[in-house]
Write a protein that binds this ligand. Structure first.
Ligand SMILES: *Cc1c(COP(=O)(O)O)cnc(C)c1O
Length: 463
């Protein structure tokens, strides 16, 4: 499988190169040159597979030039054996044709474990083969950091540095990062906000001279391997509800557009998906694009669903690349104009986005109301991100005879504020995390100054 950049001029890479690269050198994101596609008969044959067996079928075509089949199988088996539910991504029924798919049974209780547990293993495998090391640098407002650290902590070839805004992540989220004490894991609490963290990571990728010849690797969803791993659970959910001979729809709590883009890919690969609903909070750039062709940066709003607090959804570029007929020059031009102000998509391109996606934006008040009412009706407790998905799925549903599946992206225990605001009791930590508040923490508080951060990294990475 070859990978090409959405902006058309960066070198074509194979899977291993894409895995270890960050952004493409032309500023674009890597996508497969062609997608594998599966017939209904092939998909139907997967109905009785375990989650790990299914993952092997879906992921193999994307990696086969770089990873031996038996090694891939082993890494996938180990990844999903580490999840605490035997079904890995179980479905729960909320009402008639209304479901949630629980994606929070991984070690850090959010869906990001599905990709990052595998990504860490794939990177380690590739680096061992090459006899190289890589420095991972990432910024987090919450869930990505802990999942990335958990995915990299056992690696012999990775040092991981995660920046979070000092005193601005929840205590559970902070402790999930800072209580990991392996000597290749470094938590930096930056005296700044999330945008400062993210800007520092971007600037460091652009000029890596501070690493004395070492290279940076990316764990955010610009990394293609993350998207690839997320395609699997769309197949798993559809198969569990009668697919591929019955259509299903998905509502996806969306921030950076990585998770729902994986759903779009599942559809392109042959899975009969009727509707894909983009569910956002008040940071609603995607809803504004889809509903009104208004692609403009808003101001960052802090909401009860912080993992979706984002002004620009970088993976949307991957969709636009397809919608613009894979014309890299057109995407480079569009993104260039977007840098300096609002843009509109060409009319026909916008129409095709709307054919593929519906959208809704949900505010904090409605998020809490949904948590409360679903709990009252069913006894099931939603986290605030998932509640936004459920609410948007109800609003946008075009065909009540088709199951609407909301991806439950996090466990409610990670976001007690929203649950309390909904008038309910805060949930208990699951057994494997019950002592989280007693564990030792290790974190370095550093000024909002890139020179100090880079000096810290250069001084702590391993040879
Ligand atoms: C990261 C995250 C999201 C958003 O996913 P994207 O792929 O960025 O759209 C939604 N919910 C939770 C709980 C998350 O951690």
């Amino acid at each position: 499988m070859k990978y090409i950049s959405t902006r058309g001029t960066a070198p074509v890479l194979n899977f291993e190169e894409v895995l270890l690269a960050g952004l493409a050198s032309d500023g674009g994101l890597y996508v497969p040159e062609t997608l594998p596609s599966f017939s209904k008969e092939e998909i139907a044959n997967w109905a009785n597979l375990s989650y790990a067996e299914l993952a092997f079928k879906v992921i193999s075509p994307f990696v086969s030039d770089s990873v031996a089949a038996s090694d891939l199988k082993k890494m996938i088996d180990e990844t999903y054996a580490g999840f605490s539910h035997s079904a890995v991504a179980p479905l729960k029924e909320l009402g008639t044709n209304e479901w949630v798919q629980e994606l929070f049974h991984g070690p850090t209780l959010a869906f990001k474990d599905f990709a990052l547990q595998l990504l860490g293993r794939l990177m380690d495998y590739a680096l061992a083969k090459r006899g190289e090391r890589l420095v991972i640098m990432g910024a987090t407002s919450g869930d990505t950091g802990s999942a990335a650290i958990e995915g990299c902590r056992h690696s012999d070839h990775l040092d991981i540095f995660i920046l979070h805004p000092h005193n601005r992540v929840s205590e559970v989220q902070r402790r999930q990062m800072t209580t990991i004490l392996e000597d290749n894991v470094f938590n930096i609490a930056l005296e700044g906000n999330f945008d400062d963290c993210q800007q520092m990571v971007k600037d460091s990728f652009a000029d890596q001279s501070f690493l004395n010849g070492r290279k940076l690797g990316a764990v955010n969803s610009i990394n293609w391997a993350r998207i690839m791993s997320q395609i699997v659970y769309y197949f798993s959910a559809a198969l569990a509800l009668g697919g591929p001979y019955r259509e299903v729809s998905f509502s996806v709590p969306t921030g950076n557009f990585g998770d729902i883009f994986a759903g779009y890919l599942a559809k392109q690969m042959g899975l009969p998906i009727k509707q894909l609903v983009v569910a956002t909070n008040r940071n609603d750039i995607l809803h504004r694009v889809i509903s009104g062709n208004d692609m403009s940066k808003g101001t960052l709003e802090h909401t009860l669903s912080p993992s979706m607090d984002i002004m620009v959804s970088s993976n949307f570029e991957r969709l636009l690349f397809d919608v613009y007929g894979r014309d890299g020059a057109a995407i480079a031009d569009l993104m260039d104009r977007f840098k300096s102000g609002p843009v509109k998509l060409d009319g026909a391109r916008w129409d095709s986005v709307r054919e593929l996606f519906d959208s809704a934006a949900v505010n904090d008040e409605d998020t809490c109301a949904t948590i409360a009412s679903v709990y009252e009706e069913t006894g099931y407790l939603l986290d605030p991100h998932t509640a936004i998905g459920v609410k948007a799925g109800r609003e946008c549903n075009r065909d009540a005879s088709v199951p609407m599946i909301t991806l439950a992206t996090a466990h409610p225990v990670k976001f007690p504020d929203a649950v309390l605001k909904a008038g309910l009791d805060a949930p208990q930590l699951p057994p494997h995390m019950a002592d989280l508040f007693e564990r030792e923490e290790r974190v370095s508080v550093i000024d909002n100054d890139i020179a100090q951060v880079q000096a810290f990294m250069a001084g702590h990475m391993h040879d």
